[in-house]
Design a binder for this molecule. Sequence first.
Ligand SMILES: Cc1ncc(COP(=O)(O)O)c(C=O)c1O
Length: 432
Amino acid sequence: MRSPSVSKPSGGGFTNAKAWKCFNELRTRTGLGPEHRRTWLDPFPCVAQEAQTAPMDTSYLDPRSGRIFPLDQPRWCGDDRAPLLLTSLPGISRAEIDTAVRSLWRYRMALPMQVDDPISMGEGCTPLIRRSLDGAPVLLKCEWFMPTGSFKDRGASVMLSLLRAQGVRAVLEDSSGNGGAAVAAYAAAGGLQATIMAPASTSPAKTVQMRAHGARVELIPGTRQDTANAAARRSETVFYASHNWHPFFLHGTKMLAYELWEDLGFRVPDNIITPCGAGSNVLGCQIGFSELLRSGETEVVPRIFAAQPANCGPIAAAFLTGEDKPVAVEVRPTIAEGTAIAQPIRLTEVLGTLRETRGGAVMLSEEEIAAATLELAGIGIYVEPTSAQAAAAFRKLLAAGTITPEQTTVLVLTGSGLKATPRIAELLGVAL
Ligand SMILES: Cc1ncc(COP(=O)(O)O)c(C=O)c1O
């Protein structure tokens, strides 16, 4: 949806011509053709269709109707408020990594637009450390090492950089915490105005962080969904740069895939387990690894597993019952607050990714999440309960034999424990 808070793009601008030039050069070098496509490569059928007919231009895409919209205008949804993706990009090769840049912008040639002056604070390039859990080796991707303390910085940096290049000067976001903190910080760093709507129950550690960055914070009574509805209404007057809605955000989270591939010496892991609410890491990995497949840098893709709390697990519930659409779930409070999203807007696409990659979904009890939080803390890893779900899911998948110790498994640890002090204090029985 176009917005009134948009001015004419400033000098420098952007182009995706370079990316396409690289793609075509790569195709010539490698002889890559349509026969190299994999069925899972484009789990959104309309993406595949469009990509084969109009490969020279990236557009916004409504994957459910197949409608496309030009990328030269800011837009966050389709005409009928459908969530958008982008049409397929060719991906990049290892030779196109800018190794002089120590942030996710080292992979900027994989983006749909090239910006002269990205809003960057060193996000990405997070540690990947080897540990043993339940006697099995595992790799921990420490995404909480980013500037605002969560993985959301990947998406915020890319989304706001590209929106600013499109002329956007003021943004609206709604968030239960980490997304709002990241958008507030990157807006401040990039000279943009930010309004963040958050549920009244949001942890003060996160709303204080947003306010400190100069964002206007509006606390909305009721559920997380009430906040999302209020933001959708407000989007009539200010550009809605929602981490759940805007496709540029996913092109920031996709950098996790590029980074894991480089971390592992240009190989992809067997399994990735990530906490999942709306699914930005699941879809980011889908997009990133699809691009690496398309660029010929990998022949195989990881299995992607989503970890959700049983108290609010609509994606896991649909996956485990074999459904493609939402199933009725009872929603109760959970200590995994970052994943408490009752109505994920991209449920169909997230389910498609879990199935196409032969991954899966795991539902976790509050006790399992609490135990994993303290267990990780006990080996020095201080993450939010939301993030610890990756470790709890690893344990269950291992016990079920779905994954095995010989495989390379990455747990995506998404947010810092410092933002969840009251929760972790409760788990320890410590009064604050
Ligand atoms: C720490 C943390 N992990 C995971 C998630 C889930 O991310 P998504 O909703 O994109 O699946 C969130 C979302 O806010 C989060 O804050």
